[in-house]
Design a protein around this ligand. Structure first.
Ligand SMILES: NC(=O)CC[C@H](N)C(=O)O
Length: 351
């Protein structure tokens, strides 16, 4: 089956399609992870994005639902150098994509396209599976809204609140597109979780009598998460407030700080961060926006920085009891190096 990937700059790449016939358009991003392709594809933070893997062979160990970070694939499509036709376990990613109406393209020179993305910055792109009409793909890429103009959070946040009961601390989770392993890491500490939709009112959250607030990862521009920013503003100073990825960005915005769109972001499971104590951790990441460290108000400490580009990877405010990280301590996929101490510290901070 034919497929074509068109870019907003006019280039198009013809490859081989897998999955279903159809088309989608959004931002083309690359991830440097070598494994964990299903964890990434099912991460709701990839909504609105076509996910390109730099690792040249995707699908080696098939598709196992246990790895999913949400019930379905959220990335708009998968862009690969080669997809494995003889995986060590079934179903293959090809069969899974076909059965579930998902879009994929292989045979793409992902190395070249990644270098281009790094040089030009993230581009809008369109994938058409079942056609090699490059001009049409370019037209579609140019027609799609910039990610900062898209409302993606409402698409992936829960519609109704729900409980994951536990005997420990009561944590209200503001769901902007939660990854399953965030809930698992909190539950591992015994937490009693009440998951709220992205637009839950503070009064609704308060009726659960939470002992802490946790703001999750999520897709798109954090500035669009206006209800979550308002909720964070409401709770910071009253209760401990924690965040991961978009949660980190929301807390910064709630405190009066700024976020900005990065040139091409950090995605992968080999991203080095440095803690203020000098320790380096290898982390899983997936973000295209970042917190401007200089914009953070007094009382905030940038606790983690990215070793590659010096960007903010986490901050805390001990007076207000805020602790956030931009990377993913829950991993999945990726290294577990930070799981224990980050989630333990969050849990310890709850009175
Ligand atoms: N994983 C996330 O929460 C990502 C946050 C935001 N969508 C970004 O790209 O920066």
């Amino acid at each position: 089956m034919k497929a074509v990937l068109g870019l907003e700059d006019g280039e198009f790449i013809v490859g081989e399609g897998f999955g279903a016939e159809g088309s989608s358009s959004g931002e083309l991003v690359f991830s440097t992870q070598m494994t964990g392709y299903m964890e990434a594809l099912t991460d709701p933070s990839y909504a609105g994005q076509l996910l390109m893997f730099t690792f040249p062979l995707i699908g080696n160990y098939g598709v196992d639902g246990q790895n999913f970070q949400s019930p379905m694939v959220h990335a708009l499509g998968c862009v690969a150098r080669e997809v494995c036709t003889t995986p060590s376990a079934n179903p293959s990613i090809i069969d899974f994509f076909e059965k579930n109406g998902l879009l994929g393209i292989s045979g793409v020179d992902t190395r070249k396209l990644t270098i281009k993305t790094r040089e030009h910055g993230t581009m809008r792109a369109a994938l058409i599976v079942g056609s090699d009409d490059g001009e049409e793909a370019v037209r579609m890429a140019r027609a799609v809204q910039n990610i900062s103009e898209q409302d993606l959070i409402a698409q992936v946040s829960c519609k109704e609140s729900y409980r994951i009961p536990g005997k420990g601390k009561r944590i209200a989770v503001i769901d902007l597109g939660i990854k399953k392993n965030i809930a698992i890491s909190l539950r591992r500490r015994g937490a009693d979780l009440h998951i709220f939709p992205h637009n839950a009112k503070p009064s609704e959250i308060e009726s659960y009598e939470p002992e802490a607030i946790f703001i999750t990862n999520g897709p798109g521009d954090p500035k669009r998460a206006t209800d979550a920013i308002a909720a964070a503003k409401h709770f910071i100073g009253k209760l401990p407030v924690f965040g991961i990825c978009m949660g980190n960005q929301i807390c910064a915005l709630a405190l009066g700080g700024e976020t900005y769109k990065m040139k091409f972001g950090h995605r992968g499971s080999n991203q080095p961060v440095r803690h203020t104590d000098g320790q380096i951790y290898i982390t899983t990441q997936n973000h295209g926006f970042a917190v401007d460290g200089n914009s953070l108000p007094e009382g905030c400490t940038v606790a983690y920085t990215n070793v590659n580009d010096g960007s903010v990877e986490g901050f805390c405010n001990d007076d207000l009891n805020v602790l956030c990280v931009q990377f993913h301590p829950e991993a999945h996929g990726g290294p577990h190096d930070t799981e224990r101490h980050i989630f333990n510290e969050m849990y310890r901070r709850i009175a």
